[in-house]
Design a protein around this ligand. Sequence first.
Ligand SMILES: Cc1cc2nc3c(=O)[nH]c(=O)nc-3n(C[C@H](O)[C@H](O)[C@H](O)COP(=O)(O)O)c2cc1C
Length: 351
Amino acid sequence: MRDTDIRQRKQDHLTLCTSGEVQFRKRDTLLRDVHLVHQALPELADHDLDLGVTLAGRRLRAPLVIAGMTGGVAEAAAINQDLAAAAERLGLAFGLGSQRAMLRHPEVADTYQVRAVAPTTMVLANLGVVKARQMRTAEVRALCDAVGADALCLHLNVGMELVQDGGDRDFRGGVATIRRLEEELGLPVIVKETGCGLSRRAATTIAAAGVRTVDVGGAGGTSWVGVEATRAEDPQARAVGEVLWDWGIPTAASVAYCAEAGLEVIATGGIRDGYDVARALALGARAAGVAAPLLKAQREGGVEAVVAALETIIRTLRAVLLLCGCRTPTSLALAPRVVVGELRSWLEPGG
Ligand SMILES: Cc1cc2nc3c(=O)[nH]c(=O)nc-3n(C[C@H](O)[C@H](O)[C@H](O)COP(=O)(O)O)c2cc1C
């Protein structure tokens, strides 16, 4: 990929993802197939609730991650700072977008700097596994240290790359790269899909490589195949992207697969409200991640709008916990639920 392209791509991503036109079209998260059962006698007070969880060894005040989005273009500096400041205020985790751009362009490194506004926040560095494969572990570590990261999100995005003009086409060596970084990086490695989800096979492979935490990046929210299909100039690439727009494993199914494999799970991809978060937690997630809606909030109203959006999610989650008679997010995993419809098929053995 030409370097000039990277920055234009980042700018296109911000514009397209805010437009709302690149969401999955027919496929959804299938979280709607999970019904948590109302408890009329919860025997709890709101002040009894404790939303805190531990994620990759760090304590969060609520089970929420601002999923990695941006960096490398001028506008990204304000976006990252507002998102990180919101995370700091609410005690949540914050993810940076891919740091590939700052590797070749040290002058854009400041668009990733958030420590001044988020001194105590859990900050997640971000790099694609294909790029990481070409780098020495010390170089990856330097990239993490340059932004004061607490963990590295190693992203997988085969679907998106295959549609992207000039995208990666060789995905060999991913597992070895994950294992190497898990062993040598000296920071937690979080393996992260970006909208196509992690299958049972991917989950067991990642767990066997020694990784503890994954972000499922499941289908049902922002479609990255859709983003690249919309951007593609080559008519064939656009046609492929149109056909595969809805490719991926629904977030709900992927959360269940990864939890089954014993992984600590972040449920990202189409999480839009506190009930989505609660249903993901019931399926075994430790926390949930939100991307596009928070970008939209930031662009509409800066840090205050991001905080307000997150507070609404948290308040809804508190309500659902109380309605289910659960004091903590982790206890939702044991709460009575009814699973119906298509999700049941995805959860059958062989799914
Ligand atoms: C504008 C934008 C840029 C993104 N860039 C990255 C990235 O650089 N690295 C990454 O791992 N994920 C990236 N993502 C993917 C998100 O982290 C997330 O997995 C995905 O958008 C699904 O969540 P959503 O449905 O809440 O948007 C990006 C998302 C958005 C909206």
